[in-house]
Design a protein around this ligand. Structure first.
Ligand code: ADP
Ligand code: MG
Length: 623
């Protein structure tokens, strides 16, 4: 086995002797918080109003400075078209990806937002990362005021299900806010860190996160102090908001029957009623009964709400979260009994019925010692402390800074592990052969973001030998990438027909600096369009090779000689035209010529098929 040496880049290199303070940030859909590691325990940082929760709302009044947090939340009522909330749902997305989402949000989207959304608010256009940056800037200011020192570096959390583009957009938000994002950490991993669960070294942890607008559950595997997300499941439209809407409907019906008035068109009254309902909901988490109290134009509405009634009302909502948990367990291939620890995250897990339901499902007492709406930020602060060197000898949750893949036909790259994947990471994909009777395949391992092998960094090459010589496309070769906790990449290739296997290990020890990684990423953005086209051209050529080879083979068959001469001439003409287009870069033309050849040779294919059927029937007696 050959051993190659590469460096995955160390995200915290280049730090000077007096380490600056690194903060941890939970950039939430509903609320955001910043925390820091104080001596040894993480603490959330309060804003000027004394609250650590900054509502994730930014208002863009026309001709005035944007407003963030609680003040912006008030603008939801007075200036809804210019006030952005739930921007996290739009991070790293194009309008086409989130059309359903956008239909639910009241702020308008600028034209040309297909690939990157731009919101048209307050007479300007802002992208979701810019909206996120306003929130991050507010948190940065809160932290600087509280700590009395500049804050320039942060760890930010993201949902475990965030893809590469969403993670990148979150990093961009940090950069725009003047924060160097040292690491993105998965929210469930941060929650587990806040509880110090990494200290138990090994175990299986379920993290149940029920927030304002979203629900998700993740199952983490802790191995030698390192977390891996085994499975994640959830509903991006299920949260405390749904409970509020449910109670709002009940109250509106009450009011309609008591006052004979329909308030549903009165936005101002609705907003105040919603506030009263949320207050009552929060109170019910610590008391057996509450009162929804609302006044409008001298009229009073009072409704007692005992917890049993509330519980009954919300049971269907809780049941949906439990169904998700069961699916997640199923995806991880685990039973509830296999879960060692359960962590509750998100403001809505303060509801006693939620705690009870989770306890019953996982047959374990969930962790509730920390505030559920602070726990993610606290975990981010622990990770920040580790990176800043405040805490030593603790795990570093690492990510791959560049994508890893193999070269496939036509010199294009097939990526198996994407940039920014948390490690340990693994991926398996099946490939096949391109030539009949092929006995060897070359596995060429590459690192980088570009589409073509020649533009990526070559890490290793090895041959998988002595394959069963079968028809092109019939071989099944399984390629597996595994990056272990130390960042060592193992690539193995296995012929599933013979069971033969070959592998290499690539060790992280020399190679790329941070600047080189950055440059490789930037270059992939610059060249994206060019690369896309080149990839299309090459993939089309591979397809053309396949068709040309098939037709050449068919021309040896008896069926070919039995064809009328003009049909044969037609096929030869189509072959020539395809060959003429083959070396150009007009892949659309090449595809047309391929289709034309396919069409011209249809009669030949049919004749061959018929003779094959006749051959197969030969000797079969039909009485
Ligand atoms: P997110 O992660 O979506 O940003 P949070 O974790 O901050 O959101 O959760 C916000 C939700 O938690 C809101 O719906 C809020 O009403 C709810 N919540 C906060 N405190 C309580 C409480 N004491 N009882 C019930 N629900 C609560
Ligand atoms: Mg949250």
């Amino acid at each position: 086995m050959s051993v190659f040496q590469i460096d995955f880049g160390s995200p915290d290199s280049g730090q000077e002797s007096a380490p600056p303070r690194v903060v941890g940030i939970d950039l939430g859909t509903t609320n955001s918080l910043v925390a820091f590691l104080d001596l040894t325990a993480p603490k959330v940082i309060p804003g000027p109003d004394g609250s650590a929760l900054v509502p994730s709302v930014v208002s863009f009044p026309a001709g005035a400075e944007p407003v963030v947090g609680a003040a912006a939340q008030r603008a939801l009522l007075t200036d809804p078209a210019n006030t952005v909330y739930s921007a996290k749902r739009l991070m790293g997305r194009g309008a086409a990806d989130v059309a359903g989402e956008l239909a639910l949000l009241p702020f308008p989207v600028a034209p040309g937002s297909e690939s990157v959304i731009r919101l048209a608010v307050g007479g300007r256009e802002v992208t979701p990362p810019e909206v996120g940056a306003y929130i991050l800037r507010q948190l940065k200011q809160n932290a600087e005021a509280f700590l009395g020192e500049p804050v320039t570096q942060a760890v930010i959390t993201v949902p475990a299900y965030f893809d590469d583009a969403q993670r990148q957009a979150t990093k961009d938000a940090g950069r725009i806010a003047g924060l160097e994002v040292l690491r993105l950490v998965n929210e469930p991993t941060a929650a587990a860190l806040a509880y110090g669960l990494d200290k138990r070294q090994n175990g299986t942890i379920a993290v149940y996160d029920f927030g304002g607008g979203t629900f998700d559950v993740s199952i983490l595997k802790l191995q030698e102090g390192l977390f891996e997300v085994l499975a994640t499941h959830g509903d991006t439209h299920l949260g405390g908001d749904d409970i509020d809407n449910l109670l709002l409907r009940v109250a509106l019906e009450d009011i309609a029957s008591e006052w004979g008035a329909d308030l549903s068109g009165n936005h101002e009254a609705l907003q105040r009623l919603r506030r009263a309902i949320i207050d009552a909901k929060h109170e019910l988490s610590t008391r057996p009964v509450t009162t929804i109290a609302f006044d409008d134009g001298g009229r009073e509405y009072r409704r007692q709400l005992p917890r049993e009634v509330f519980d009954q009302l919300i049971t269907p909502i809780i049941d949906r979260t439990l169904a998700s948990c069961r699916s997640c367990l199923g995806d991880a291939g685990l039973t509830p009994a296999a879960i060692d620890e359960v962590v509750l995250v998100g403001g809505s897990t303060r509801i006693p019925l939620v705690r009870q339901a989770v306890r019953a499902l996982f047959e374990a007492e969930p962790h509730t010692e920390l505030n559920p709406d602070e726990v993610v930020a606290l975990g981010a602060a622990v990770q920040a402390g580790i990176l800043a060197g405040t805490v030593e000898d603790q795990l570093l949750l690492d990510v791959t800074p560049l994508s890893l893949g193999i070269e496939t036909m036509g010199g294009v790259v097939s990526k198996l592990i994407l940039r920014n994947s948390t490690i340990p990471a693994s991926a398996t994909e099946q490939f096949t052969t391109a030539v009949d009777g092929q006995r060897n395949v070359l596995i060429h391992v590459l690192q980088g973001e570009r589409e073509l092998a020649k533009d990526c960094r070559s890490l290793a090459r090895f041959d998988l030998k002595d394959l069963d010589p079968v028809m092109a496309g019939m071989a099944r070769i399984e390629v597996r990438f595994l990056i272990d906790a130390n960042g060592i990449l193992r690539v193995s290739a296995k012929d599933l027909r013979t069971g033969k296997e070959q592998a290499v290990e690539i060790k992280p020890s020399y190679g790329l600096t941070d600047e080189q990684v950055e440059a490789m990423i930037l270059e992939s953005f610059d060249k994206a369009e060019e690369d896309f086209k080149e990839r299309q051209v090459r993939e089309t050529r591979v397809e053309a090779d396949r068709i040309l080879a098939a037709v050449e083979k068919a021309k040896q068959d008896d069926a070919w000689f039995a064809l009328p001469p003009d049909e044969r001439a037609g096929i030869d003409r189509a072959i020539n035209e395809l060959l003429l287009s083959y070396h150009g870069d007009d892949y659309v033309l090449m595809q047309q010529k391929m289709e034309a050849l396919d069409h011209a040779s249809r009669g030949l294919a049919e004749a061959m098929m018929n003779s094959a059927v006749r051959g197969a029937l030969k000797g079969t007696k039909i009485e």
